[in-house]
Ligand binder design. Structure first.
Ligand code: 6PG
Length: 256
């Protein structure tokens, strides 16, 4: 499903309403709502809205669990940290129990250790939370099914921290990997969910705004098969609905 919005403000409001609806449906159906947050600039207005009325009061925060689709290997209070950005934008202003916030533990000596630790956090959560059941528990430990994964798209077609040509794109077993890229600022190691986890999601919403993305988005939407060879974002094929929220205005703006 593709929704075009006239600008980022309208897109963010539409996305906030969807997050709210899905949170209530998930809690009603399974008693829990597992939400994976995206990094980057596009979701920040959405995050601000989640801390404002009515969303602050109607989203069941006490049953909502927050995770991150990717994180930069920087301290959790660093301005480049996706956790810090989300914390300042809304987490610090909503009534969510601290135990429901599952950030990437960057206090490790290496990005690989942080990736391994985050996978352990996710595994432990889904094994012990009870309500967030594995979709096919009989098949051993398949990747978990997050209720909603928010993703962005870069000008090179990356999503989360899955970058074109990176070997993390081919990972089939691990749920979390570390990647090193110089192609995008900040040029720091990153920790990212892998496709096996992302594609097990009950729902994925891409939030797209920003100049220089028009060719990537058009190719992904018009020719998804060929786009998959070029752009990691085209390889997101979740178990449940795949929804695009697109800021039309920014797609039409040319890169300066
Ligand atoms: C990150 C993000 C990344 C982001 C895209 C789009 O950690 O940087 O997870 O995947 O979503 O780069 O970023 P913008 O929304 O800033 O264009």
């Amino acid at each position: 499903m593709i929704s075009y919005y006239p600008n980022l403000r309208e897109l963010s409001l539409g996305a906030a309403k969807y997050v709210c609806r899905l949170s209530q449906a998930s809690v009603k159906e399974r008693g829990i709502f597992t939400l994976v947050l995206s990094g980057g600039k596009t979701p920040q207005l959405l995050y601000n809205l989640l801390a404002e009325l009515p969303f602050r009061e109607i989203i069941p925060w006490e049953k909502t669990h927050l995770f991150w689709g990717d994180e930069r290997f920087v301290p959790s209070d660093h301005p480049d940290s996706n956790f810090a950005t989300a914390f300042d934008a809304f987490i610090s202003r909503i009534p969510i129990p601290p135990g429901n916030i599952h950030r990437v533990t960057v206090e490790k000596s290496t990005a690989e250790d942080a990736a391994l630790a985050y996978e352990r956090i996710i595994r432990k959560f889904f094994e012990t939370s009870g309500k967030a059941k594995f979709q096919n528990p009989t098949e051993g430990k398949p990747p978990p099914s997050f209720d909603l994964v928010l993703l962005g798209v870069g000008r090179d077609g990356h999503t989360a921290s899955l970058f074109p040509g990176d070997n993390a794109l081919e990972e089939r077993k691990r749920w979390v990997m570390h990647v090193q890229t110089e192609d995008i600022a900040p040029a720091v190691p990153r920790i990212t969910l892998t496709f096996p986890v992302i594609n097990q999601s009950r729902c994925v919403v891409f939030l797209v705004s920003g100049v220089g993305k028009r060719k990537v988005i058009r190719t992904i939407l018009d020719d998804p098969v060929n786009a998959a060879a070029l752009y990691p974002a085209a390889r997101v094929q979740p178990a449940g609905p795949l929804i695009w929220y697109i800021d039309k205005e920014s797609l039409q703006r040319r890169k300066r």
